[in-house]
Ligand binder design. Structure first.
Ligand code: ZN
Length: 260
C-alpha cells in the first residue's frame, strides 16, 4: 500500500506513503491515490480533503524506473495512452472534486509532484519546500499537466522551465502559488487547523465557491490550454523516440548529474 487514508472530524487525510523512494509515483501509487480521492469525494461524512506526504520529501515525481513502467519497445501511442490517463485525467479529476482540498508540501516536489499538489485548492508549504520541473533537460517542454503559467505567471514559468531551477516556498508564496509558508514542524498542525476551519462552513457554499473560481479559470482558457499543452508535451516524447528510441532524450541519472 502506497497510500494511507484516514477520516476524522469531517476531514479526509490522504497520505503518500512511499518515503523510502521520496514518494516517487509508480503506477500502483497513482491508482491508489486516485481511489482515495474518489472515496473522499463520495463520502458524505467528508467536507475537506488534505493531501500530505510521509518523509522528507513530498514527491520526487514519476518513478521512471518503477515496476514495469515501460516495455522494451515503446511507441508514442503507448506513452500517450498511459499519460493521458494518469498524468492528465487524474489531475483534472482531483481538481474538480466538489470539495475543498489542501496540499501540505515539504522538501522536494519535482515535476510529477506538481501534478499532485497543483490540483489542490490550497497549498501550505513548509519552509524547506522546493518546487521544480527540470524536464527541459530531458528534451520536453514541461511536465504533462501545464499548471506552470497559471500558477506562476508567464515570466516565472518560463524562467523555471528554461533553467530547471526550483522555486522556493517563499517565492511560491510571493507569486500566489502557495497560500502560506510554515515551519516544517508545524506543517501538519497548520494544515489540519485550516481544514478544520473550512469544514465548519456549509458544504454547498464551499462547493459553489470552488466551482465559481474553477469555472472562471476555465472560461479564461485553463481547460483548453491544459489539453493542448498536453499534446505539446507529447511532441517532446515523439522527438525523443525518433532520436533515441526512448521516451526522453536524457535519462534520469544523467539529468540528476546536470542538476548538481
Ligand atoms: Zn510525459
Amino acid at each position: 500500500m502506497y497510500i494511507r487514508y484516514e477520516v476524522a472530524d469531517r476531514i479526509a487525510t490522504i497520505t503518500l506513503n512511499r518515503p523510502e523512494a521520496a514518494n516517487a509515483q509508480n503506477h500502483e501509487l497513482l491508482e491508489e491515490l486516485d481511489a482515495a480521492w474518489m472515496r473522499a469525494a463520495d463520502d458524505a461524512d467528508v467536507s475537506v480533503i488534505v493531501l500530505r506526504a510521509e518523509g522528507k520529501h513530498f514527491s520526487a515525481g514519476h518513478d521512471l524506473k518503477g515496476s514495469g513502467a515501460w516495455p522494451d519497445k515503446i511507441t508514442l501511442d503507448m506513452i500517450y495512452s498511459v499519460e493521458s490517463r494518469r498524468y492528465l485525467e487524474y489531475s483534472l479529476r482531483w481538481r474538480n472534486v466538489p470539495k475543498p482540498s489542501i496540499a501540505a508540501v515539504q522538501g522536494r516536489c519535482i515535476s510529477g509532484g506538481l501534478l499532485l499538489c497543483w490540483p489542490c485548492d490550497l497549498i501550505i508549504a513548509a519552509e524547506d519546500a522546493l518546487f521544480s520541473d527540470p524536464v527541459v533537460l530531458m528534451g520536453i517542454g514541461g511536465v504533462e499537466y501545464h499548471g506552470h503559467t497559471w500558477e506562476l505567471g508567464p515570466r516565472k514559468a518560463k524562467e523555471i522551465l528554461f533553467t530547471g531551477r526550483p522555486v522556493t516556498a517563499q517565492e511560491a508564496e510571493q507569486v500566489g502559488m502557495v497560500n502560506k509558508v510554515v515551519a516544517r514542524a508545524e506543517l501538519d498542525t497548520e494544515t489540519q487547523a485550516l481544514a478544520a476551519q473550512i469544514a465548519q462552513m456549509p458544504a454547498f457554499g464551499l462547493r459553489q465557491a470552488k466551482r465559481a473560481v474553477n469555472q472562471t479559470l476555465d472560461v479564461q482558457g485553463f481547460y483548453a490550454a491544459i489539453q493542448s499543452v498536453f499534446d505539446i508535451h507529447q511532441t517532446g516524447h515523439g522527438n525523443a523516440l525518433s532520436h533515441t528510441g526512448l521516451p526522453v532524450l536524457m535519462r534520469l541519472d544523467e539529468m540528476k548529474q546536470n542538476l548538481r
